[in-house]
Design a binder for this molecule. Sequence first.
Ligand SMILES: N[C@@H](CCC(=O)N[C@@H](CS)C(=O)NCC(=O)O)C(=O)O
Length: 218
Amino acid sequence: MSLMFFGHPFASYCQKALIALYENGTPFAFRILDKSDPSTFNEFAALWPLKRFPLLVDEGHVIAEATIIIEYLGLRHPGPVRLIPDDPEALEVRFVDRFFDNYIQTPQSKIVTDALRNARERDVKGVADARAMLDTAYGWLEKRMANRTWAVGDRFSLADCSAAPALFYADWSHPIAESFPNVRAYRRRLNARASFARAIEEARPYRSFFPLGAPDRD
Ligand SMILES: N[C@@H](CCC(=O)N[C@@H](CS)C(=O)NCC(=O)O)C(=O)O
């Protein structure tokens, strides 16, 4: 098997890349990063000193960053599901991918990482700003999703790979209010997509890891 994937099933950026692998049934070896297995972690850290996952290794080529992994898979291991369309829609797909990473994933992870700090190191203002950012982002997305099934065009894309774990965890950290019905419906569609439903199931055993306390629902 040529592809090796370092990551963890509960990690949102890993789920983003896993969706792409699952969409096309791409075979890979999942190297789970677990504190109980330091040798795998050390191997990973030697390949990518920034120690952020996921990381893909393909016959010696090291590919970091979930978006770039998905781009790479489309170029080097394409399957029937093309997650990045041809121009001009490709630019919009990449833009909406950036929206989910920068304005949903980033503030959501700020809330989560702050909860892991001890009380004296908490960043109250930073968390309040993150929550405000999420409300603004939900508002923008609410309008965008008024007449759409998927984030861009009429096909599932890189933008939806990004959206699925971002909205999954954001709703746990900062619930998507009922005043955003289109966002809530989009999140339900994403959760039901077979590739992401699989990622949700694989992550289920790790829910106790969620520092704010995982709700008793998906
Ligand atoms: N920009 C990176 C972010 C990756 C990232 O932050 N991954 C998290 C897991 S979801 C991580 O590595 N966390 C470990 C840490 O922060 O030490 C990407 O898009 O892949």
